[in-house]
Design a protein around this ligand. Structure first.
Ligand SMILES: [Zn+2]
Length: 328
């Protein structure tokens, strides 16, 4: 196990120990508190003995994201008892339901823009972040965000929820995009382990067709204009890497019918049966040929092209795409 993860988990366990002890002082040790204390102490003892994070049945390493979600787990996924497995499946289904509840409206029209997206988790939950917010604070604007938290599974999905909360809180302050990303990065850095980060692209579009865009280490944004695609590369590092990260905003002007296309690397890094990568070039060329399509059929067409390319080959990562088009 990575030392940094173990240090983090030890801190988590020590913190739990303290809380349990102070609860026990007030409430006594009934209600399973004594059992929990015992479990925490046993986990700390396993850390000292160097056996922490190893499955008690097969001695293989336990999935890291499960340890991060619950530092007390002692069995790998393959060796859970049937009742434990069912409980885990219920938890995951609930987590997926909560995550679906965080998604914005599927097809949104606002301030002369129409937006469509497709959000596809690899498993039940996703580490991709996809958001849309409408603001009517003097000026009318549409805020959009697409991000990708490092890692996969439960831990990534928990950080995705955190990113959602951070972005929503900061969005209410009507900051310029680069200030929003800078602050989000600082908060994300302080709230998470240093081994986690997220790429994020976010921006604001107003009814004049003007758009500001800040790209923190994410795949390039693609501006689709009459059969021509322009790539807008990242202008800063992913958020959560450095608390003093510096970001710049790019201004773009879109004419009626022109589209901004955003995606996560689950799209560009999808692989075919022949183990070929879908790639950004293929996506760019495909988009250039679809110019007049509105967002919803455009997303559908992209998915079809990707599925044809994969020809049944399983996806390797969470996948999200979003199309934002200025109305004509
Ligand atoms: Zn096992």
């Amino acid at each position: 196990m990575l030392d940094i993860t173990e240090t983090y988990l030890r801190d988590q366990l020590m913190e739990r120990r303290q809380k349990l002890e102070s609860t026990a002082k007030v409430a006594g040790t009934q209600g399973g508190i004594a059992d929990l204390l015992e479990e925490v102490d046993a986990a700390l003892a396993r850390m000292d003995a160097g056996t922490y994070g190893l499955c008690e049945s097969c001695h293989d390493t336990i999935e890291k994201d499960r340890l991060l979600a619950d530092p007390l787990v002692r069995l790998c996924l393959d060796h859970l008892r049937p009742d434990q497995r069912r409980a885990l499946e219920r938890d995951l289904e609930l987590a997926a339901q909560i995550q679906r509840g965080l998604l914005p409206e599927a097809n949104l029209g606002f301030a002369g823009w129409s937006v469509s997206y497709h959000y596809l988790p690899l498993g039940l939950v996703s580490g991709d972040y996809c958001d849309l917010l409408t603001r009517e604070n003097g000026a009318t604007s549409l805020l959009f965000a697409l991000g990708d938290v490092s890692g996969k599974g439960v831990a990534a999905s928990m950080l995705m929820s955190q990113l959602h909360a951070i972005f929503r809180t900061l969005a209410a302050m009507d900051l310029p995009a680069e200030a929003l990303v800078e602050r989000a990065s600082r908060v994300f850095c302080e709230a998470t382990m240093s081994s986690f980060f997220a790429t994020l692209i976010c921006g604001r579009a107003d009814s004049s067709g003007a758009m500001e865009l800040c790209n923190a280490g994410h795949c390039p944004a693609l501006v689709v204009q009459q059969g021509k695609v322009t790539r807008l590369e990242a202008t800063g590092v992913p958020i959560g890497m450095f608390s003093n990260g510096c970001y710049t905003t790019r201004q773009v002007q879109l004419a009626p019918g022109e589209t901004l296309f955003l995606y996560t690397d689950g799209v560009s890094e999808a692989r075919s049966y022949a183990d070929e990568e879908y790639g950004e070039n293929r996506l760019t060329e495909f988009l250039a040929r679809q110019t007049p399509l509105p967002p919803e059929p455009l997303i559908r067409a992209c998915l079809e092209d990707l599925n044809t390319f994969r020809s049944g080959q399983p996806l390797l990562d969470d996948l999200t795409m979003m199309a934002i088009q200025r109305g004509s």
